[in-house]
Design a protein around this ligand. Structure first.
Ligand SMILES: [Zn+2]
Ligand SMILES: [Zn+2]
Length: 385
């Protein structure tokens, strides 16, 4: 939170813009910077270089705000927009880990944020947008909300978000536009208008309902889990827990969690795991949609049903400890606290009847060993020659 009257801008050339460009509701900082630049007949690169020549602004993900670059930029933008800055807090990507049980470290990318994978000013992944929201030149802008990975469709137009241009399939990169394109709804590569949907599939009713619910949790900063009102952060923490539960179940459909999600109404036969085992935020829209659809189904199951099914499959509190870093969301405690807890075993000296490793594990070790041997052989050859 900042106020321009508390700390005036130090850049004497920063004055309210000639052609007023106020922030639009829910707009992202990327969107505003690009719109302001094009409105003044220059490229986003020239615009940011003019005001902040000491920084290469577009090599950063500007939607994360400027606190880690230079707070002065934030003050400058407030002057440029002639805004008192109150709106600013809602314009940057937030850390959903605040006020949850999850602890983050600086190295971990921000949870729920779609990566742009920047190499210099170029992004390897395009900026998410709704093709229908981009149809009107003058009204088009980018919503910050689209940068969150729980956003998969536009509830206004009921169309999926996409990250590539519908004409040339290049990743959409508004920061690379030039003044000739004039509006933000253009592709920097083929100059085409970004109103072409790439997929002709429409979101299911369940996904549309989910999107509305998630939007509501985001804008009202709270949601309902198992009949209790919880904070927005806790709501999204629970959602991620359900997504991980679905992934766990799909990995081994015949094992405990596979049986659990089947009993709770998810058809594990028709679903498949994401092709890459990457974290949710790095998955493409279609794979995120499949997981969110299942998570939304689980979101509607009440505490009593959870408890009955967990007890039926002998699921204990320990069963949920998938790894050392597993955190049980606060919102799930109404169920979790009702489950048995098995005292953790202390490891005894290895006995004769150790369980043999699974064939998969054996193959992985065998392949690693082969690789080692091959490397050793080629090294030996290299030494001999
Ligand atoms: Zn739309
Ligand atoms: Zn294009």
């Amino acid at each position: 939170m900042f106020k321009t009257n508390q700390r005036a801008t130090q850049n004497y050339w920063v004055k309210p813009l000639t052609f007023a460009t106020p922030f639009l509701y829910g707009e992202s900082l990327t969107s505003w910077l690009v719109r302001a630049a094009l409105k003044h007949g220059c490229s986003p690169l020239t615009f940011t270089y003019y005001y902040w020549p000491q920084y290469r602004i577009w090599t950063y993900d500007v939607d994360k705000g400027f606190d880690n670059i230079d707070e002065q930029i934030t003050y400058d933008i407030a002057v440029l927009t002639d805004d008192n800055g109150d709106a600013f807090d809602n314009l940057i990507l937030i850390d959903f880990l605040n006020n949850t049980s999850v602890k983050s470290d600086k190295k971990t990318p921000m949870l729920w944020t779609a990566p742009l994978s920047k190499r210099n000013r170029y992004s390897l992944i395009g900026y998410p947008y709704c093709p229908d929201c981009m149809s009107n030149d003058k009204e088009a802008y980018l919503k910050l909300q689209w940068r969150f990975t729980w956003s998969v469709c536009c509830t206004k137009h009921k169309s999926f978000l996409q990250v590539d241009c519908g004409h040339c399939n290049h990743p959409y990169q508004p920061q690379l536009l030039s003044p000739e394109q004039r509006f933000i709804n253009r592709c920097h590569s083929c100059f085409g208008k970004l109103d072409q949907a790439i997929s002709d599939i429409s979101p299911s009713e369940a996904i549309d309902d989910f999107q509305q619910l998630a939007d509501k949790a985001y804008y009202s900063k709270q949601g309902v889990i198992l009949g209790q009102v919880v904070s927005m952060n806790q709501w999204f923490e629970y959602l991620l827990f359900l997504i991980n539960l679905v992934r766990k179940g799909l990995k081994n459909p015949n094992y405990m969690f596979g049986k659990l999600i089947t009993a709770l109404g998810i058809d594990t036969n028709t679903l498949s795991l994401p092709k890459t085992a990457l974290r949710f935020d790095f998955l493409p829209v279609n794979e995120r949609v499949a997981l969110l659809e299942c998570a939304y189904h689980l979101l509607q199951i009440d505490a009593d049903d959870w408890i009955v099914v967990c007890l039926a499959f002998n699921i204990t509190q320990n069963s949920f400890q998938w790894s050392k870093s597993t955190v049980i969301p606060k919102a799930f405690s109404a169920v979790y606290n009702q489950l048995h807890r098995v005292p953790t075993r202390s490891y005894e000296a290895q006995s004769e009847n150790i369980q043999p490793a699974s064939p998969k594990v054996v193959m992985v070790s065998w392949n690693r060993l082969k690789r080692k041997m091959q490397m050793r052989e080629s090294y030996d050859k290299h030494k001999e020659s």
